[in-house]
Design a protein around this ligand. Structure first.
Ligand SMILES: [Zn+2]
Length: 153
């Protein structure tokens, strides 16, 4: 049996993942949470017990007008994880992202938010390797002090 997996939107609105579909909270009463498919053109709906951990549908999901996407869960989950860790720790962003990546499902790895910013950060961190000049001495730029004076080499 599939579990109802609890997620949240970037704005902190409760979302759930179930059987290949993501739902966002539409309305909440004392007894139930009414979710609608994240695809606003779709009429997929379901109702859950207000305690999502109980894993109970008050009303089973209705039909969707599109195919399911099991990997959507991972893409939303990784964003949730990164956000939560950013909120609760002081660690470097790169560590947060790296750790989140480690737990990311390999099946969905090609769907990772292609993080151009991340790539740029990594490139910036990599310094060009130091090449010795033809006479095997340090390059000119490294033979100067901070005041542009030559070291006594
Ligand atoms: Zn749908």
């Amino acid at each position: 049996m599939n579990d109802i997996k609890s997620l949240s939107s970037s704005k902190g609105i409760p979302m759930i993942y179930y059987d290949g579909y993501i739902y966002t909270l539409c309305r909440m009463t004392d007894e139930k949470m009414i979710f609608q498919c994240e695809d606003r053109d779709c009429k997929g709906r379901c109702q859950c017990h207000t305690n999502l951990k109980m894993n109970i549908f008050v009303q089973q999901p209705s039909n969707h007008s599109h195919v399911s996407d099991p990997n959507r869960y991972h893409t939303v989950k990784i964003k949730n994880d990164i956000k939560q860790r950013a909120d609760t720790t002081d660690e470097k962003t790169s560590i947060t992202i790296h750790d989140a990546m480690r737990t990311f499902s390999l099946n969905a790895v090609n769907l990772l938010p292609t993080d151009e910013t991340l790539a740029k950060t990594i490139r910036r961190r990599r310094r060009p390797s130091i090449l010795l000049d033809p006479s095997s001495r340090l390059p000119q730029s490294l033979r100067l002090t901070g005041r542009d004076e030559s070291f006594a080499l």
